[in-house]
Every structure is written in structure tokens, then in C-alpha cells.
Write a protein that binds this ligand. Structure first.
Ligand code: FAD
Length: 289
């Protein structure tokens, strides 16, 4: 099923994001995680693609296929293009079709440090919009999602410039958008107003990152450039060395963020559960889902 149909039918689309096996999780452990997450019957589960198509990306499509086949939950692989040749993208599209995976999150990917400048990209994929155009020209039967950044992408000179580029990307044929994490809802309201004024009208599902590990989140925040409101910063400092309290406080923060967003009216939530079923369990309980 195309995920866009879920946005047409449902009040709120709820999804999870997981990542493939790496040094922190084995394949066997990940399969157990998926089993536990499947109990919540999310509308879809997305599976990240290793940065620059590294070795963990080999698992992305197989894991998505496993989720869809074993649990009949729609699964969406992520796909980056900045270091991929067209032949590789063709091969991946063939695999998606064969494995009945109907949706993909089309991304540029981060530029690998020191080894590649954007101008060096000789494969024809400079931006996510190039990948989206390519997929749409060659495969009419794949639904495409893309990323968006309520505080602007780190490489953009301004939010306005990033939204101009987002508009181009959406016009190439995007079904829905997933936001980068943010912790201050006002940033989203401001972004939504600006996208609406530019007639960007596809559904936008909100990426929610429950702050359950202070150390991990400080690193993620420094990379993404997400602003941290004082209230959250105080929690991070207070519970830096108290994992259990940080977990509880982080879930509570994420739920109050979501409750406020629900009253504003949103299309859905994409939970960055970081392969932790306990995070999903607590959120579902607190939200009464
Ligand atoms: P783009 O949309 O191409 O934008 C990148 C930059 O280029 C922006 O600053 C934009 O304003 C600018 N730009 C776009 N088009 C133009 C143009 N025509 N002219 C000039 N400038 C332009 N990374 C992974 O490696 N694996 C993952 O699985 C993964 N999953 C993600 C999931 C989500 C929900 C999000 C939000 C991000 C994810 N990322 C992932 C990170 C993503 O790859 C990086 O943020 C990357 O730097 C940008 O990717 P993009 O697709 O948003 O790029």
C-alpha cells in the first residue's frame, strides 16, 4: 500500500524509525526488537540507510521486507544518493518492486567528511530532488517520502532558502514529508506557516525524538543543529548521570510536546525509537494510544 493513502484515511499516522544492525545491535537482537515493536501495529516502520551507503545499508531492504512479510506492517526503506551510481539506484528499485515494498524515503545523505565535495558528485545526484526525479521517471509504482527541516537544514543559509529548495523537491513528486527532530514546537508552527504560504501542501509527519539518553542526545543535537529549550536543557543537565530518571523525564517531555502538537492539528508522528521497544511502550501508555 502507498503510505500516502494512510494519510488520506487516518486522522493521525503513527510510525517508527529503526536502524539496521551495527556495533550496538546484532541482527538477532534487532529481530527481537521488531517483534516487540510489531505489537503496537504502527502504520509503517521505516528503516534507515547507513551513511554513504556503508555496510549496514545492505540490510536495510531485507529488514523492510521481513517486517512487511512477517508482520504485514508497511515498511519503508530509506535510501541516500550522494555516493550512489545510477546503476545502484536501478538495482535497489528493482529489489523494492520484487519485494513488494511500495514506498521509499528518498534522501541526499550527508556528505562524507573530507572525501567528497558536493561539486564532485559526478553521478548526477547532487540533491534529494535529483533522486526523486529519477525514481519518478523510471518507476511509477513507488511512493516517495522526503525529509524536511523545521529549523532549516544545517547547510542552508536560512530557513527561507531551505523552504525554497523543499518546494522544488516536493514538486518533483513527493507523497509526504518527515521532519527532522525538534524540541520546540514554535519552530514547527513557524515552519508550517511558511510552507503553507509556499503552497507546500503534502502531509508532514513529525519526527519525535524522545530524549532518553542525555549523552546520546547531546551528540545528535550538535550534529542536527536542533535548538534545545531551557526546560529540556535543565533536564539533560539534571539527569546526565541518572539514566532511569532521564528516561522517564524524556518520555514525559516527548508526550507533552506531542499533546500540544495534537491540539494544533498535525498529520502524524514518526517516532525515533532508536531500536528501544520500551520507548514505544511508555509513549503508547502515556498517550493512551
Ligand atoms: P536535500 O533535500 O538534497 O537538501 C540538502 C541541502 O541542499 C539543504 O541545505 C537544501 O536546502 C539544499 N538544496 C536542496 N536542493 C537544492 C538546490 N536545487 N540548490 C541548492 N541547494 C539545494 N541520512 C542517512 O545517511 N541515512 C538515513 O537513513 C537518513 N534518514 C533520515 C531521515 C529523516 C527523517 C531525516 C530528516 C534525515 C535523515 N538522514 C539520513 C539525514 C540526511 O541524509 C541529511 O540531513 C542530509 O544532509 C540531507 O538530506 P536531504 O535528503 O534532506 O537533502
Amino acid at each position: 500500500m502507498f503510505i500516502k493513502e494512510k494519510f488520506q484515511k487516518k486522522d493521525k499516522v503513527i510510525s517508527f524509525e529503526i536502524f539496521p544492525p551495527n556495533r550496538s545491535i546484532t541482527l538477532k537482537q534487532l529481530l527481537d526488537v521488531i517483534d516487540e515493536l510489531s505489537i503496537f501495529r504502527p502504520d509503517f516502520i521505516s528503516v534507515t540507510y547507513g551513511a554513504s551507503g556503508n555496510s549496514s545499508s545492505n540490510y536495510t531492504i531485507d529488514i523492510a521486507e521481513y517486517i512487511k512479510e512477517k508482520y504485514t506492517i508497511e515498511a519503508m526503506p530509506h535510501l541516500t544518493c550522494i555516493t550512489s551510481e545510477k546503476s545502484k539506484i536501478d538495482d535497489i528499485m528493482d529489489q523494492l518492486l520484487k519485494k513488494d515494498l511500495k514506498n521509499v524515503l528518498a534522501l541526499r545523505g550527508d556528505l562524507p567528511k573530507d572525501t567528497l565535495k558536493l561539486s564532485d558528485s559526478a553521478n548526477g545526484f547532487k540533491y534529494a530532488s535529483d533522486l526523486i526525479e529519477y525514481i519518478n521517471e523510471n518507476n511509477k509504482s513507488i511512493g516517495i517520502a522526503a525529509a524536511c527541516y523545521p529549523e532549516g537544514h544545517v547547510e542552508s543559509a536560512s530557513l527561507e532558502e531551505d523552504i525554497e529548495n523543499l518546494k522544488t523537491k516536493v514538486q518533483k513528486g513527493v507523497d509526504f514529508l518527515i521532519t527532522q527532530m525538534f524540541f520546540d514546537n514554535d519552530k514547527f508552527y513557524n515552519f508550517k506557516e511558511k510552507t503553507e504560504s509556499k503552497n507546500i501542501n503534502v502531509p508532514i509527519t513529525i519526527g519525535i525524538m524522545p530524549v532518553t539518553n542525555a549523552k546520546q542526545i547531546k551528540k545528535i543535537v550538535s550534529l542536527s543543529g536542533a535548538s534545545v529549550p531551557t526546560k529540556l536543557n535543565n533536564l539533560l543537565n539534571k539527569y546526565e548521570y541518572d539514566k532511569a530518571s532521564m528516561f522517564e523525564a524524556g518520555i514525559e517531555y516527548a508526550c507533552s510536546q506531542m499533546n500540544e502538537l495534537i491540539s494544533y492539528k498535525v498529520d502524524g508522528f514518526h517516532l525515533y525509537v532508536m531500536n528501544q521497544p520500551e520507548t514505544a511502550r511508555k509513549i503508547y501508555k502515556n498517550m493512551n494510544w
